[in-house]
Design a protein around this ligand. Structure first.
Ligand code: UDP
Ligand code: MG
Length: 328
């Protein structure tokens, strides 16, 4: 099979109800484009009929391929698997629930082709649908990451087009814990944004449980900023200032006053310092856990099965993306 111009990577987790509908819509849009393409569906350990459906789609259309991860590794790992496998000159990454409208792909491709920008991103225009607390948390999260180059990540999605340069650069980032959005911004290549409004899911429900989102946020923060660690030092500094003041006052009382007063202060100080120390230890623990995970250097994902590409024998590419960490 010759190398296609465009690769479309779609992570799939229990999307069986509407998978064929999604592939049909994407195929319909892609066939209007005057270029060769491939569609890579990465099954992230689904428990429903997603994998047989992927293989059925691949059987009916030579441009569709399927990868099956050995278990549920999470969306970010599924994206990594798809990116490692994509061969196109440009790669479009999109969700498998039609929340990233395929009709936008021609616009992304056109901007890439006419302006030659390495990264074209679709950004959320209206976020009214998202609950207020969610928007608030997102705001705080992204402002913590505001050190990243570019316009910041507000409204960012994983719906992007990356050209070969950007994909190769991304593949050289060797971390195990993938935070795709942040990593794409970190690359620093020129980016163009295309606004879109997020439609409802075509079916099923979101796979992100609250704690999964928290985990992704912690991954994002710990891999892109050491600010929480520096905050620990800052809090220590503030406490030092206080202790000098209070220490002075205590000594003064001891020599010139009664000196028994201040029991409340002692209790308060104990409580506050206790919690600050615990939180600081927690923050450090989080970073140490990340270091531990990274030094174990386990593969980001394992490919258990493939379908649709006669050139690729099954059970190859185990942890394909891991080798990219050493070729830097
Ligand atoms: N997804 C995945 N692995 C997971 C969770 C989600 O591959 O563990 C895929 C899912 O099939 C979909 C995309 O990631 O194509 C976005 O997931 P979802 O729609 O649940 O997230 P949301 O749109 O609510 O952010
Ligand atoms: Mg979705």
């Amino acid at each position: 099979m010759s190398v296609p111009i465009l690769s479309v990577v779609i992570p799939v987790y229990n999307e069986g109800d509407h998978l064929l509908q999604v592939t049909a819509r994407v195929t319909e849009v892609l066939s209007t484009l005057d270029l060769t393409y491939e569609m890579i569906l990465v099954d992230d350990g689904s428990q429903d009929q997603s994998w047989p459906d992927i293989c059925r789609a691949a059987g009916g259309d030579g441009r569709i391929r399927g990868l099956r991860l050995s278990r549920n590794f999470g969306k970010e790992a599924a994206l990594a698997a798809g990116l490692a496998d994509a061969r196109g000159e440009a790669v479009v990454i999109m969700d498998g629930d039609l929340q990233h409208p395929p009709e936008l792909i021609p616009t992304l491709v056109e901007i890439w082709q006419s302006e030659g920008v390495p990264i074209v991103e679709a950004v959320k225009r209206d976020k009214r649908r998202t609950p207020l607390w969610h928007r608030l948390c997102t705001k705080i999260f992204y402002s913590l990451l505001s050190g990243l180059p570019g316009e910041g990540l507000d409204g960012a999605t994983d719906f992007k087009l990356l050209d070969r340069r950007a994909v190769e650069a991304w593949r050289r980032m060797g971390e195990r814990n993938v935070f795709f959005r942040g990593m794409a911004a970190w690359l620093g290549f020129p980016r163009r944004e295309v606004p879109f409004s997020v439609p409802e899911r075509v079916g099923g429900r979101t796979r992100w449980a609250f704690f999964q989102l928290v985990r992704l946020a912690v991954t994002g923060i710990t891999s892109f900023t050491s600010l929480p660690l520096q905050l620990t030092t800052l809090i220590g500094g503030v406490f030092l200032a206080f202790s000098i003041l209070l220490g002075g006052q205590t000594l003064y009382m001891k020599f010139f006053g009664g000196g028994v007063d201040g029991f409340t202060t002692v209790i308060l100080l104990l409580l506050i310092t206790g919690s600050c120390i615990m939180i600081s230890l927690g923050v450090m623990g989080t970073y140490i856990a990340r270091i531990y995970e990274e030094v174990k250097a386990r593969p980001r994902f394992l490919v258990a099965d493939r379908c649709g590409d006669p050139e690729d024998p099954p059970l190859t590419g185990i942890g394909a993306a891991t080798s990219t960490s050493t070729d830097a």
